[in-house]
Design a protein around this ligand. Sequence first.
Ligand code: BEZ
Length: 256
Amino acid sequence: MSDGNEWDPDDYDDDHGFVHEYGEDLLTLLDPEPGQRILDLGCGTGHLTAAIADSGADVLGIDAAPEMVERAREEYPDCRFEHADAREYAPEAPFDAVFSNAALHWIPGDDHDAVLETVADALTDDGRFVAEFGGRGNVARIVAALDAELGERGYDVATPWYFPSVGEYAPRLEAHGMEVTFARLFDRPVELEDGPDGLRNWVGMFGDEFFADVDETEREAVLDGVEDRLREPLFDAATETWTADYRRIRFVAERR
Ligand code: BEZ
């Protein structure tokens, strides 16, 4: 998870539980077995780490956000968690698999070679890397609305997230000695919690970097403007529900 976002573990678990709920599907692809050593990279509040542990695997969760690691330790005292940055992490012993759900888009694209070096070094010779994160076009409408609203108000904001295509990411995996055996980019529209407040709560949870230079008094006006821009494509007035335009990249790569 990124250094530039402020993480609130309560809010993350209460209103954004879909992050780990969708991740449960990725566990099928990981297929953890008893005794296997598995690294959960970007473990957040640890729900999927604990689910992997339930399979009998020996799992370690790492995350760059200390508040998330603290919460994970409180919630799952029987699991192991460490505060660590995926770009620099050097494990004491190799892992049979590295798993990552909804975390890698927080690391800038330029830093992914460092992450993939960590992953390749962490794996046993035939180890596997099973991951999913935001793919090309992820939350594109939300990003465009934030850019337009902030741009019109004179703010110059760079998108804090990295959302690659399969064509872009597979060669990066291969360059680090991993063979891609499965890869997919797909739409996953996500209905947000909190009815009419769903979009502003999502931006409040994940979009701190867009607002780094925005005055507190202007923040609400920006959010009103973003909602106005997105009401037509993303809000269902009948159910009072916002739907975020998520797209995922998902892959399995095996170390060769
Ligand atoms: C995602 O899971 O795709 C995501 C979450 C928060 C911000 C950006 C992307």
